[in-house]
Each structure stands twice: as structure tokens, then as C-alpha cells.
Design a protein around this ligand. Sequence first.
Ligand code: PLP
Length: 372
Amino acid sequence: MIYLDYQATTPLAPEVAKAMHPWIEEKFANPHSPSRWGHEAAAVIEVARKQVERAAGLKGGSIAFTGSATEAINWALKGTVERADEGRNRIITVATEHAAVLDTCEWLASRGIDLTVLPVGSDGRLDLNLLARELDDRALLVAVMMVNNEIGVTQPISEIASMAHGAGALMLCDAVQAFGRLELCDGPDLVAVSAHKIHGPKGIGALWMRKGKEPAALIHGGGQEQGLRSGTLSPALCVGFGAAARLADERQTRDYDHAQKLWTAATHALGSGWIINGSTAHRYHGNLNVRRQGVDAARLIADLRDIAFSLGSACASGSGRPSHVLRALGLDYREARSSIRLGFGRYTKQHELVDACERIAAAAVAQEKLDA
Ligand code: PLP
């Protein structure tokens, strides 16, 4: 199989598997118990915490581990609403956000939060003038992602954060697709990340919180994570996340350059007739989202079973619904249905990617002939 779905998840790094191994096989102590073994487990969790914080590179805050980035985002949104000052009840977000943000915001709106979902341009970028118009003294939180999971388009996070702060609001950034791949933008008060997008294990994420801006606790119990997120931490998952973060930090330039080279090779191998969805200038190049007139992308995926690629996002692919992100760019139903997402990175071999792109292009041409 040629794996080209790096936005859905990434292969576990061998170094990460090795670091996790003793904590799965032998070392089972509860990190919150007072025994020597418990202390040892607690100590490796603190090392992992520092590794994730160092890789995030943000100043003035710390992370709490969560079960996923989805949990971190739910916590950030709901916990910020919980501790909001009187009169601040507006959340402003963007139409191309991940479902973890959009669905949570919708749920909050059903409970009385005033929600504004801003549109994007055909390049997938937010017009900051639109945001400026919406920011007032009722604004509580602005939630914008750094790198879009479907189209790879980036947003000007630091500028958005200072605009939010200017209105007395906080900013949440979903940095799941940026963390470990790009340097994170300074400015947000809350930043959600996930281990499995950086060659770490599934089932663990983190919320970086600026000191003094921590959301109210959502999960109550044993008081772990400074009383903010109860539940026994898994040393194996924390160690895996830490190892993955350290590796991503060490290899960031190398991985980035590799993704750039792969992008050039992939666009070349696909050949003409494909249109890139979203900005080409403002994007992470490990994500190539393209469409071709008349192509049925679902049929392409079915025809090429030994290549793992996606319709839009992993979630949209399963549902059969056209991607809300592509629709937000102004693509019509047919254009959205003729779009594919190729995601690649650290372990992608250039020759495999080129082979896959040539076969995808050939299958698209064969479809055209069949349908003509
Ligand atoms: N945000 C973005 C941009 C994502 O791509 C994903 C994963 O698909 C998530 C949030 C959710 O992350 P997790 O799988 O850790 O819940």
C-alpha cells in the first residue's frame, strides 16, 4: 500500500514505539500513586510534558494532556464559556474549521452562545476586515485553525490573536495540522494539538494554556492535571507523545524540506488538468488537495485500492457528504465531488508518490474516456 493520507493520521515513528514499549509491557504503575514505581511513571510524564511544550515553542503557558485534540478543543470552548465575564457571550469562528470546533460551537449556540461563523475567500483565507467588523466588547473567544486539515491553507494566527486581544477576547487555535510541521504562531491563549498527527500514538492530545487563561474544568474526579482535567494519565501514551514531539522538533527543517520536494514531484507527476483547491502561496505543502473536471473522486478511490488517499477529510469521506471546506471555498457540489486529498510527509518515498500520482492521473483519464 502507498499511504497518502497524512492529514488523517501518520505512521508511528519507530523511535516512538521503542520509547513506549517498556510502559506497555512491564511498567504498569499508576503515575498518581505514591509508590516508587508511581513516582517513576510520574517523572516520565513530566519529561514528556516538557518535550511537548518545547516542540510547541510557546511562551507564558503550559500544557495539560487530554485524550485527543477533539477533547482539548471541547474543553477550551466549553470551559472558556463557563468562566466568561458577564456580557461576553460571543464566539467567532470560521466556516472551514474542523468539526471539533464547528460542532462544539453549534452545541454552545443551542445553549445561548451568540455564534458567528465567518466565510473564507475562494483561496480559503479569512478576510481580516470581516473579523475586525465582528469584534466588539461582547466577543469572548475567536477560534481559528493554523493549517486546514482538508486543503492545507494557513491563516494569519498572530494577527488574529492580537485583533482578538484588542477587543478583550481570547483566541483558541486548532494547531493539530501545524504542530511539529511548522513553527507555531505566537499569540493564541489556547492551542490544541494531537500526537497521532506527528507520528505519535492515537488517544492522546494536549491543550496549551496561557497562564491565567485556563478554561474551567470539564472532567471532574481525581484532580489530575492541576485539577483541570481529571483521569489517570497513561504513561505509555504520554511517553509516546513526548518522543514524537522531540523527534518532530529535531527533524522539523528536514521534514519540511522533504514535504516541499514531494509536493513538487507530486504536482509534476499528476500532470495537467488538475486545479489546486485553496491558496498555493499560503499553505503547508504536505497537503495537496486537487480537483479535475468530470472526475468522480469516490470512484478513483475505489479503483485504486492499494493507494490510501482521501476525498476531502477523513470524516467527510465516510459520510458521503461533500466537504464543508470545499463548499466554503465556493466549489459547487460536482467540483467538491471531483476533489482528492493527497497527504504525505516524513516516511513517504518520492518514487512511490510519483508512481501513485501517475496512476491516479491515468485512472482519471480512463474515467473521462469511459464517460465520454
Ligand atoms: N483538528 C484538526 C485540524 C484535525 O485534523 C483533527 C483530526 O483529524 C482534529 C482536530 C481532531 O484530532 P483528534 O483526532 O486528536 O481528536
